[in-house]
Design a binder for this molecule. Sequence first.
Ligand code: ZN
Length: 199
Amino acid sequence: MPAPPKPWVDANRVYDFVCVLCGAPQSSGTGWDCGPDTSGMHWECIRVCQRGHATLLLMKPNAHQVVEQLPTPNTAPPVEGIPDTNEDIHKLYEEAGRCLTHSAPTGAVMICRKLLMNLAVEHAGASDDDSYQKCVKALVAANHIPTEGHPLADHIRLIGNEANHELPAITRETAERVVTLTSIVLNNIYQLRALSAGL
Ligand SMILES: [Zn+2]
């Protein structure tokens, strides 16, 4: 039988983190500590921000170093100018950002892949049944993906290829790059169009 969880004790140290709900850096000594966890690798520390939001920090024992934060900050760049008629696009992009927040990098990449294919059909002349590779070529040809972004867009083809039934490991870093690329394509289409409107 697993050992019962150790009791939580009042926090006695200030730790720095970014509160996901406030989106702002915090230094907080308010909360509770418990540890080490069953793996013996982490101390679990809850810290409460100035507005009362709780964040779980997994700390390296005796080093006071954050190993992981749950939930993690949403690092998806902002996108602008998406009209209300394309609300689904905006919602999907936000969902990709939430995948980053909840340590689900594969989900973020698959959503971005779907978004890029949708954008290729809507804004770059691709067909509904075109492959992802064809969709990327269409987005590049329409200048919605700058030439410099082509290798990264192509990389998504390799890591999101359902045809080979492989499950490649997708790191948070890769997912963040893919989400950033998607934000650039969205802004290239919608933000530039909004800025150019009414001139
Ligand atoms: Zn907060």
